[in-house]
Design a protein around this ligand. Structure first.
Ligand code: ADP
Ligand code: MG
Length: 235
């Protein structure tokens, strides 16, 4: 490549805001010559490099913007430890069909059984697939919506949130049942909300001792006397 052409490409790539294109145009030129690529093959390889970087940056930005409490991936989930959830079930959810189908996922279970980790793992998958995601605790969502309501911009806020294909609400169980009516205005509205949430939901019930206490010599946490019925594999 002559230096004139190189600087022209650098200029054009800058104008296109495509820095990877500038780098790959130079880097791939030698490979293209050696391997006898056609002009089209060379162009495709350069564009592909740009698209790949944009995809990776986009995913990274979406992950950062989502507000996950930690970066936990589905790959790191130990299904041998957590037997009450089927690996295939979670891997199916990780294909993100539930987003297009507009199905809710409800994760139930005692502390430390992996609810936040699975929700985060699915959320990160969604970010990587190009979806915008927001994660917050139920308390934080309530604060945010209450603030918007008081400021008279609840409708704008709901419209804005409607543009996110995936919203994650963590720690719903920490809101005592008696305050749901306060949050939603009255008990009937609260009951209707819960009814709708659960109706279109894949309900996953996690069981067992806290993973946080795994390998710690603290003895077993006493179980509550009542037994819960499992709704795993509700699909
Ligand atoms: P929960 O939200 O149900 O209280 P978390 O998802 O926060 O539980 O899990 C507690 C900790 O244990 C986190 O650090 C999480 O990554 C880890 N953890 C829980 N279950 C598993 C698992 N099956 N495999 C790997 N790590 C797990
Ligand atoms: Mg949690």
């Amino acid at each position: 490549m002559t230096s004139d052409t190189a600087s022209q490409i650098a200029y054009l790539a800058r104008a296109l805001k495509a820095p990877a294109l500038r780098d790959s145009a130079e880097r791939l030129a030698a490979t293209a010559r050696d391997a006898g690529w056609t002009h089209q093959e060379y162009l495709a390889a350069c564009l592909e490099a740009e698209v790949a970087t944009r995809g990776a940056h986009g995913a990274e930005n979406r992950i950062r913007a989502a507000g996950f409490p930690a970066r936990k991936m589905i790959d790191g989930f130990d299904f041998d430890h957590q037997r009450s959830v089927k690996r295939d079930h979670i891997l199916h959810l990780a294909t993100l069909d539930f987003i297009t189908a507009r199905t809710n996922i409800v994760l139930l279970g005692p502390p430390g059984t992996g609810k936040t980790m699975l929700a985060t793992g699915l959320g990160i998958k969604a970010c990587q697939a190009g979806h915008r995601v927001l994660f917050a605790t139920a308390a934080a969502w309530t604060d945010r919506l209450t603030t918007a309501h008081r400021a008279g911009r609840i409708q704008q806020e709901i419209t804005r949130l409607g543009r996110y294909p995936l919203l994650l609400i963590d720690e719903i169980g920490y809101i005592p049942f008696s305050s749901w009516g306060d949050i939603f205005g009255d008990d009937t509205v609260a009951a209707a909300m819960i009814d709708r949430l659960v109706h279109h939901a894949d309900i996953i019930s996690l069981k067992g001792d806290s993973y946080r206490l795994k390998n710690r010599d603290l003895g077993r946490i006493p179980r509550p006397a009542t037994t819960t019925t499992t709704t795993e594999d509700a699909k």
